[in-house]
Design a protein around this ligand. Structure first.
Ligand code: HEC
Ligand code: HEC
Length: 197
């Protein structure tokens, strides 16, 4: 009898130690990324319009964004709180993971007339930094082409109305666009990005 309890005790001790080892180890990138899937979709390509697709963005841009959420510099509904739960090392692991995933575009409704104007405006005001029609990750400015339309709308509002910081030159271009075309210009651009599917 006694011996049996002793064996159970040892087993319990071992399993405790074992799970301790697992907890102490750094979680893998895909384990970390799993906590984002519910909102950002499998491998970072969001299936619903409420959350942006985060697959395929550059590592640098990802790290910059998460850091800006942590400090509160970038306004957000949920991400400021979520970002605070991760260390720099974990953010780097996730940046590496998501940068290697393919940005999967979803079919979205758009107005083709507005998209046509948007294409023209993009060339004039935005292409310099948002290369290849806003589809390149290499410019470190985020992927706009095929991104969810409602998210782009919120993002634009954050820049133009809610004080989200813009790079100096982007601010200048955005100002020029609004002066010449007003909210219509922004609406046209959003339709252009949504049309790239
Ligand atoms: C509860 C839903 C939810 C979860 C969980 C979530 N996100 Fe988000 N994420 C959002 C929303 C919504 C936004 C848009 C900003 C905002 O309003 O917070 C966003 C924005 C982002 C952006 C900015 C995208 C861009 O194009 O600028 C990144 C990067 C991001 N999330 C990364 C992550 C990572 C990494 C995780 C997992 C650790 C995660 N998110 C978990 C909902 C979520
Ligand atoms: C001088 C370079 C530059 C120009 C010009 C520029 N941008 Fe940007 N843009 C950036 C950079 C860099 C970022 C990423 C940093 C950040 O998220 O704040 C960005 C981010 C964005 C985002 C946020 C993406 C996201 O996922 O949240 C949107 C939307 C955007 N730009 C739209 C535009 C539009 C529309 C124009 C043209 C009217 C434009 N930008 C012109 C450099 C530029």
């Amino acid at each position: 009898m006694r011996k049996k309890y002793f064996v159970q005790f040892i087993l319990l001790l071992c399993s405790g130690m074992f799970s301790g080892v697992i907890l102490a180890a750094t979680p893998s990138a895909s384990m970390l990324a799993n906590t984002c899937v519910g909102c950002h979709g499998p491998n970072g390509s969001s299936l619903g319009p409420a959350s942006p697709t985060i697959a395929g963005m550059s590592k640098d841009n990802f790290i910059e964004i998460m850091t800006a959420y942590q400090s509160g510099e970038r306004p957000a509904t949920v991400m400021t709180r979520i970002a605070k739960g991760y260390t720099n090392e974990e953010i780097e692991l996730m940046a590496d993971f998501f940068s290697k995933q393919k940005f999967v575009r979803q079919k979205q409704k758009y107005d083709s007339g507005k998209a046509k104007l948007g294409k023209k405006l993009h060339k004039k005001y935005c292409e310099k930094c948002h290369e290849k029609g806003g589809s390149s990750a290499e410019d470190d400015a985020g992927i706009l082409a095929g991104q969810w339309e409602p998210y782009l709308r919120y993002s634009m509002e954050d820049f133009t109305k809610n004080g989200r910081k813009m790079e100096k030159k982007m601010k200048k271009k955005m100002g020029a666009l609004q002066k010449e075309y007003g909210d219509k210009g922004i609406d046209a651009l959003i339709n252009y990005y949504a049309s790239q599917n």
